[in-house]
Design a protein around this ligand. Structure first.
Ligand SMILES: [Mg+2]
Length: 308
């Protein structure tokens, strides 16, 4: 079985699906009544195992690799198929989309901009909407035989399809350093090695100060009340990595992420992709894998486009 890609893609989708029923629920409410398993209905009244835009947009990206080659036009066309035609959805209905993503997709379809011009460049476009769908590009570049700068440039271009400000692009780059390390060496130490490589790479980057806390050796000891879980990309990558570093199983990582509240599906999806790489496919609870809608379809896309 081709484990690496499926571990990440299914790890991400399952995290998304555990988070969907309680998206936007405040932390205080979850403190009183924590999520302890994959649930149904809730915020969007979707059946159990439903995944959201985080997974849909990632599948759009995955399905755009023609013979393992990168085609950003096809990624944008697939985003449009999801947004306009409900493709790449768990039940045939597209039920959530972020503003920055919808604007970028309409820039492509309605205003006919090139893929290079669709993403939002201003500072207010720094939501987590590119980070939540970056993993197929990180998996793709993992096996690319080229230098790090070229790989990171591809990851940043992939972010810029929707999120073109350097802060969102940097978050995707940092995530890439971590996931590449985890794919080589599935240990928590690899997460720290990835963070250090990201720190080194982005040392002179204009956005470095925004990631200084994440790069700090004591980040692991950040108190839960100081971890934010809204839609801002810096908060999201911090929350996902904090959950990964402070738990010892896939299940605990996801439940910790979801119970932070607010943007539950995206924090759990990003933590889940990394936790999938760390604990492996079998480390994802079987009951959750079995409940995931269209899991076979997701796995077929993995086999077709990134077979490793
Ligand atoms: Mg979502």
């Amino acid at each position: 079985m081709n484990n690496k890609v499926k571990s990440v893609m299914i790890g991400h989708a399952v995290g998304d699906a555990v988070g969907v029923p309680v998206e936007f629920t405040p932390r205080e409410e979850l403190d009183d009544e924590p999520v302890v398993d994959m649930e149904e209905y809730g915020t969007y009244s979707m059946p159990k195992g439903s995944w959201s835009d985080d997974t849909s947009m990632a599948l759009c990206a995955l399905d755009a690799f023609d013979e393992n080659k990168l085609n950003f036009d096809k990624v944008m066309r697939n985003f449009a198929l999801w947004y306009d035609k409900d493709e790449y959805t768990p039940t045939g209905v597209m039920f959530d989309v972020g503003n920055t993503c919808s604007t970028a997709i309409e820039n492509y379809t309605k205003y006919r901009l090139s893929w290079k011009e669709c993403g939002q460049e201003n500072e207010y476009g720094n939501g987590n909407g590119s980070l939540m769908r970056i993993h197929p590009f990180v998996l793709y570049t993992y096996r690319l035989e080229t230098d790090i700068r070229t790989k990171i440039d591809i990851v940043e271009l992939a972010s810029a399809l929707t999120h073109a400000h350097q802060r969102a692009k940097t978050a995707c780059g940092i995530y890439a350093f971590i996931l590449w390390e985890l794919l080589d060496n599935p240990t928590k130490e690899a997460v720290n090695v990835g963070l250090q490589k990201g720190k080194e790479y982005y040392r002179n980057n204009s956005q470095y100060s925004h990631y200084a806390r994440l790069f700090d050796a004591n980040f692991l000891h950040t108190r839960r009340e100081d971890i934010k879980s809204g839609g801002y990309v810096v908060d999201t990558i911090e929350a996902a990595i904090w959950c990964l570093l402070t738990t010892d199983t896939y299940r605990d990582c996801i439940l910790k992420a979801v119970n932070l509240g607010d943007d539950t599906d995206t924090v759990a999806a990003i933590a889940g992709g990394l936790a999938g790489a760390l604990y492996g496919y079998e480390g994802i609870p079987q009951a959750w894998r079995d409940a995931l809608l269209r899991r076979q379809y997701i796995e077929e896309l993995c086999d077709k486009h990134l077979p490793f």
